[in-house]
Design a protein. Structure first.
Length: 588
């Protein structure tokens, strides 16, 4: 069910700059037609403001607005559906409305809806006697409402030709796709999107050459496209440095790809800024009349983004890849709400074991997400998405809040263990991160040495000086630092030696390969030996068999975690596991 977005609706209305503007004959003509079709004395183009219905055009009424409360046009704007009220006095929603008090009995309204789906108001007709409306009258009212919206878009678009390129703009492209869907529905076509330059290229170009750089590049590309496509195949300027056009009907796909490759070569080499930019092309199929113009353009842009990984510079739309991108965006969009919902996010805890004694000495807190519709979302899917956004700060804050709260509760129960929590590169760039961690420790009554923060080599390398500064602050406060996924990064030992870490965690990929052969075992043994010589405590991740655990113990590895000892567990299950594990060792 679509959620009503009043703030978005009002923003769409006000961006059009229609409210409180002078009357316009172009609107009045449509309003008069509506009045004549229904043979009614009153008609209006009514726009729903926050507290009023304002009339851009009106027939048979002197005032320019009425209160929004209990106004039928407001209901049309909110629902974006046609509404007919045969008798306002017989309808409890409107019996006490301003219109009814002025003697109006009949109302019919068709929505004025933007391309984004926001209802601006209604084209309405009113009568002083109860009546009904025929299907043909309502169809005509709907058509007239769409004419009103076309007039609104026309006025707002300031024409349909881009002043820089001289090509038809995106508004015209969308209208032409709509017309194509009506005139030739059900036919498979292909849209081609040309992107002249990526964001970083544009930024650097403008910094060095000024904004004229973009204008010149666009004008030269437009001339090239007009020459290649010919007069009968229009190109559209759909974004700052993006152009779109339709592929010819019934063309040989392989031959057409060769033509596009030639076009791409010209765009990259022909012009003032040849070799400066790296143009890409995206190609996406669609069926006329079945997909919205906006979605047609979106799929072509998705293909152009995929072209970055193509040797030819041409990307072909792939539904599976697009669905993956859309799912990632959906998860990112909905994760913010999950942070506010205790039913969605929770922590599970995986024990960390001293390999010599096989006693539990700590646990790693791991975030889990149960989506209300999608079910369990793997952390391998959502964590990499979140880490690259501003949500990383609040996510880590939530994990630390939950984790230290649980650790404080366990401490009161006499469970003397440490807790390790993963942090990201984004967290290390926060100026107040160390201070906030110390406040959480005070809040939950947890000693600093009971907390261990895990950071990957790659996270440290993003901003080495800032990261080391933060980690030194943690170390001075008594908080433990562990280098996670050791061996998978690209940092040098010189950098690692500068870190105030006391623990390295050998990545599970090395541990799981140990039993494959002598070289794999030698590599792990060398990692353990080198880490010990540098003064680190060594933790092996991903221990899944007793043989692996025994071999790591013989190699002198200090601690380990993995499915062999225990899977990640809910807090209550961890407590029972810990009690049982302690009893076993006490009996021994």
């Amino acid at each position: 069910m679509k959620t009503f977005d009043e703030s978005g609706r009002l923003d769409a209305l006000r961006r059009l700059n229609l409210l409180d503007t002078p009357p316009s004959e172009s609107f009045d003509r449509i309003t008069r037609m509506a009045s004549q079709i229904f043979d009614l004395p009153i008609a209006a183009v009514s726009l729903t403001d926050s507290d009023r219905q304002w009339f851009k055009s009106r027939v048979g009424v002197a005032h320019t607005s009425i209160p929004r409360d209990a106004a039928p046009c407001a209901a049309v704007a909110e629902s974006t559906e046609t509404i007919v009220v045969p008798d306002l006095l017989q309808d409890p929603r409107y019996a006490n409305s301003v219109l009814a008090s002025q003697g109006v009995r009949f109302y019919a309204g068709a929505p004025l809806t933007t391309r984004e789906g926001f209802g601006l108001g209604a084209l309405c007709v009113l009568g002083m006697e109860p009546k009904t409306a025929t299907a043909s009258q309502m169809a005509a009212l709907t058509d007239l409402a769409q004419m009103v919206m076309a007039q609104i878009e026309l006025q707002h678009a300031f024409g349909r030709v881009d002043p820089i390129s001289g090509l038809a703009n995106r508004v015209q492209f969308f209208d032409d796709l709509d017309d194509l869907g009506r005139d030739d529905p059900g036919r498979t076509r292909q849209v081609v999107l040309v992107e002249l330059a990526g964001h970083e290229q544009l930024t650097e170009g403008i910094r060095v050459l000024g904004s004229d750089y973009v204008d010149t590049m666009v004008q030269e590309a437009a001339r090239t496209l007009r020459k290649l496509l010919g007069a009968r195949r229009p190109a559209y300027h759909v974004a700052a440095t993006q152009f779109a056009f339709l592929a010819p009907l019934d063309t040989d796909q392989q031959a057409y790809m060769a033509q596009l490759a030639g076009m791409l070569g010209l765009l990259r080499t022909d012009g003032t800024f040849r070799f400066v930019t790296n143009a890409k092309i995206g190609v996406a199929p669609f069926v006329t009349g079945e997909s919205s113009p906006a979605d047609v353009l979106r799929t072509a842009y998705s293909a152009a983004l995929d072209a970055r990984f193509s040797q030819t510079g041409i990307g072909i739309y792939a539904l599976a890849e697009d669905n993956a991108h859309r799912r990632r965006f959906l998860l990112l969009e909905e994760f913010g709400a999950a942070l506010e919902d205790p039913e969605q996010l929770r922590l599970v805890y995986q024990p960390r074991v001293d390999l010599a004694t096989r006693r539990c000495v700590g646990a790693e807190a791991l975030l889990r997400w149960t989506h209300p519709r999608l079910g369990e979302i793997s952390p391998a899917e959502f964590i990499p998405i979140i880490e690259k956004t501003s949500l990383a700060r609040s996510t880590t804050a939530s994990v630390i809040e939950m984790g230290l709260g649980q650790l404080g509760a366990w401490r009161k129960q006499g469970m003397d263990i440490n807790l390790s929590i993963n942090i990201s590169a984004t967290n290390l760039s926060e100026t107040d991160f160390a201070q906030r961690i110390q406040l959480y420790l005070l809040k939950h009554g947890v000693r600093p040495e009971m907390l261990e923060l895990e950071v990957t080599e790659s996270a440290v390398m993003e901003d080495t000086s800032r990261a080391i500064e933060q980690l030194v602050t943690f170390d001075e406060a008594g908080i433990g630092i562990a280098i996670d996924d050791f061996g998978t990064g690209h940092s040098s030992l010189a950098y690692l030696q500068r870190l105030p870490a006391k623990i390295v965690k050998i990545d599970q990929s090395f541990v799981r390969d140990m039993m494959l052969g002598k070289r794999e075992r030698t590599l792990v043994r060398s990692m353990i030996s080198l880490s010990h010589e540098l003064g680190y405590c060594v933790v092996a991740e991903g221990i899944e068999t007793s043989a692996t655990g025994d071999l790591l113990t013989a190699m002198g590895c200090d601690e380990g975690q993995g499915y062999y000892f225990a899977h990640p567990m809910e807090a209550a299950d961890f407590e029972r596991w810990f009690a049982g594990e302690s009893l076993v060792h006490a009996a021994a």
